[in-house]
Design a protein around this ligand. Structure first.
Ligand code: ADP
Ligand code: RBF
Ligand code: MG
Length: 177
């Protein structure tokens, strides 16, 4: 008898700490939606789930950078960016500035630009699943889809469920996984 795959929700939340590395630079230049790519090597990547076992998809959650205690809502991609056909998996959260922050609508498509995070430590909790990643015909359609994910991540991040509050608190802390 075939075994049934457990739903991705059963694997969440997934907590990760790592370092921000360079990717292809497309998030900012092609899309106007920068994403902080996590280093995947064992020395830097720590999680309750092995990197290779992270379930692909588009998620919402929380993230913060370095010693700055500011915790941001995030819309996060885990996978192969099928519009581009990447050969290696990436974990790449887009950090969403709060609506009152002047950086909230600073990018070419009106999304958050928060500065340079390269080589800095990152803490991320992926709390909820939004949708599968998929190839889009043209960058405009990809941008429209991601902008809708960001709207959803902003709403869901305001939730008062115990798990949402717990994950926000863990990201804001210095606690290990
Ligand atoms: P890369 O392919 O190198 O990840 P991106 O175009 O995705 O390049 O840009 C990501 C970089 O932009 C991040 O590593 C960080 O230094 C910076 N950045 C600025 N604003 C944000 C943001 N709101 N979310 C994530 N990264 C941001
Ligand atoms: N790439 C895709 O090819 N298909 C997707 O469905 C997709 N969804 C994304 C959703 C979010 C919230 C984010 C932040 C990124 C997504 N991406 C997707 C990844 C995007 O192609 C990638 O961030 C850029 O190419 C820069 O690395
Ligand atoms: Mg990126």
């Amino acid at each position: 008898m075939a075994t049934t795959e457990s739903p991705v929700e059963d694997k969440l939340p997934i907590r990760m700490t790592s370092t921000v590395v360079r990717g292809f630079g497309r998030g900012s230049s092609d899309l106007g939606i920068p994403t902080a790519n996590l280093e995947r090597g064992d020395a830097n990547f720590h999680s309750n789930t092995k990197f290779d076992e992270l379930p692909t998809g588009i998620y919402w959650g929380f993230a913060r950078i370095g010693t700055d205690p500011t915790t941001y809502k995030t819309a996060c991609s885990i996978g192969y960016n099928p519009t581009y056909g990447n050969e290696t998996k990436t974990v790449e959260p887009h950090l969403i500035a709060p609506s009152a922050d002047p950086n909230r609508h600073a990018s070419s498509c009106g999304e958050s630009v928060l500065g340079d995070f390269y080589d800095k430590p990152i803490r991320l909790s992926v709390v909820g699943y939004l949708r599968p990643e998929r190839p889009f015909e043209g960058l405009d359609k990809l941008i429209t889809a991601i902008k809708s994910d960001i709207v959803n991540a902003e709403k869901l991040g305001d939730g008062s469920e115990a798990q949402t509050l717990q994950e926000k608190e863990w990201v804001a802390s210095e606690e290990a996984l």
